[in-house]
Design a protein around this ligand. Structure first.
Ligand code: FMN
Length: 179
């Protein structure tokens, strides 16, 4: 006779909160949304900051606005408030940069001076931004920037899905007519 193993009891969610076992599932579900990978760079009070993000999104064409969502627990969080910043979109070969600015530093990358904020050399695209607005979003803050300078180059994109880095070949880009 087969005896069914009792299922571990999932802790009930509290109002407005996800229990620890379900938080893992929540992250996994979010991870099914494949994204690009970017690094937000800016000059803080005493030092130059960079933080790897995949929460980048375009917001508005007129005015040109973009958004990044920054965790309150990061060092970058408080210092980014009210400061110009650059969103550096990574190419497929720049995985090391993503890791470097996600808390596992390697050799120092090459920095460039922008008009208002520093940026990184060799990235696939960059958006230099003036601070536009910041909105509280739970344990994150949504920072909106007004784009004052941008450029892109050809090349494959670095992507992130299911907690893994992957590549989007340039040949699969190019559906601009749908947008
Ligand atoms: C692929 C990837 C995407 C990430 N996306 C975000 C993000 O959107 N927002 C965020 O706050 N942290 C994100 N992180 C985590 C930060 O990069 C990480 O916590 C970093 O070490 C914080 O740096 P700081 O504390 O020096 O500012 C991401 C990390 C990786 C590897």
């Amino acid at each position: 006779m087969m005896i069914a193993k009792p299922r571990p009891e999932a802790a009930p969610d509290l109002p407005g909160r996800i229990s620890a076992p379900r938080a893992h599932h929540f992250r996994g579900s979010l991870g099914r949304f494949a994204t690009g990978v970017a690094i937000v760079t800016f000059d803080g009070v005493t030092k130059r900051h960079g933080i790897t993000v995949n929460s980048f999104t375009s917001v508005s064409m007129d005015p040109p606005l973009v958004l990044v969502s920054i965790a309150r627990t990061t060092k970058a969080h408080d210092e980014l408030a009210g400061r110009p910043f650059t969103v550096n979109i990574l190419g497929a070969e720049q995985r090391q940069l993503a890791v470097h600015f996600a808390g596992r530093p390697g050799p120092e990358p090459l920095w460039l001076e922008g008009e208002t904020a520093p940026r990184l050399s060799g990235v696939l695209a960059h958006f230099e931004c003036k601070p536009w607005a910041a909105y509280a979003g739970g344990d994150h803050t949504l920072y909106l920037g007004e784009v004052v300078d941008f450029a892109y180059r050809r090349g494959d994109a670095l992507a992130f899905a299911n907690s893994t880095f992957t590549t989007i070949p340039e040949s699969q880009l190019g559906m601009e007519d749908l947008l």
